[in-house]
Design a protein. Structure first.
Length: 269
């Protein structure tokens, strides 16, 4: 641990770290920001080899002892910083006192799918909150990988990282150049590819047929446009959640969570 307190929010290293909020800087530096005690704990506990430095406030917060211990065990440098520096590093309105810098990594697509039973593929998903929530739901449902395909948001965007609350560090995350590449790799690995689409068959039909009990890769499309006809044609089948009430539809993150859990239940039945 560095005993000196970092107090200048305009210091070059602070400005260089804060610039990681921009995709171009993340690509050039090969690093990204991890904000908040929960996400930093999960980084240090599950992927400590990625962590480069932890900037932590000087207050006696409940999380500090555990973060200090995990960083020490992993050999990760901790630097004490003022609240002003922590605020300059992060994007949140109410900073939580700790920000880490980690190295960007990318799992291999074929390797991630080789023995996977449940996978989520995001295609042109642009909202960071939605993307992070789907990744978190996939983790909770026991998925083996999440693939960001085509023009989907960068999985290392600060808001995506925060929304996952640490799930980003629990399972392989892959960036695929196109939906065709992601679906093709899933099919090659032996997974049934299912498009989540309102024009598909109703989910209970597929459940009764046993479709969800095998190895499944779900494809979730853009929040506003969903999946095009060409996108759906890449997959084995399209399925939709029935609406039993008066709601017009479900948002992406809610629908994805239900479908991932329905598949997890079927696979464990």
């Amino acid at each position: 641990m560095n005993d000196a307190i970092l107090s200048n929010p305009k210091a070059p290293r602070v400005r260089r770290a804060a610039a990681l909020a921009r995709k171009k800087e993340r690509q050039e530096q090969g690093r990204f920001l991890v904000e908040g005690p929960q996400s930093v704990r999960e980084l240090l506990a599950h992927r400590p080899e990625l962590a480069e430095v932890v900037y932590a406030s000087m207050g006696n917060e409940p999380w500090q002892h555990e973060v200090d211990r995990l960083a020490s065990e992993a050999g990760v440098r901790i630097e004490r910083a003022t609240d002003e520096v922590i605020a300059a590093l992060g994007e949140t309105v109410n900073p939580q006192g700790v920000v880490a810098i980690a190295r960007v990594w990318e799992a291999d697509l074929a390797e991630a799918l080789q023995v996977a039973r449940l996978v989520a593929i995001l295609h042109e998903v642009r909202d960071p909150g939605n993307a992070g929530t789907v990744l978190r739901a996939a983790d909770a449902a026991g998925a083996d990988a999440v693939i960001f395909a085509g023009e989907s948001i960068d999985p290392f965007h600060p808001k995506v990282v925060r929304s996952t609350t640490g799930s980003l560090f629990h399972l392989p995350v892959v960036v695929a150049p196109t939906l065709a590449a992601a679906v093709g790799a899933a099919s090659t690995a032996g997974l049934t590819t299912l498009a989540a689409d309102v024009r598909g068959d109703e989910l209970p039909v597929a459940q009764a047929e046993g479709t969800l009990g095998g190895r499944v890769a779900w494809v979730f499309g853009n929040e506003a446009r969903g999946l095009s006809e060409a996108d759906r044609a890449l997959t084995d089948r399209s399925l939709k959640l029935p609406i039993y009430g008066a709601a017009e539809s479900l948002n992406l993150a809610t629908a994805a969570s239900v479908l991932l859990y329905a598949t997890a239940f079927a696979q464990r039945a």
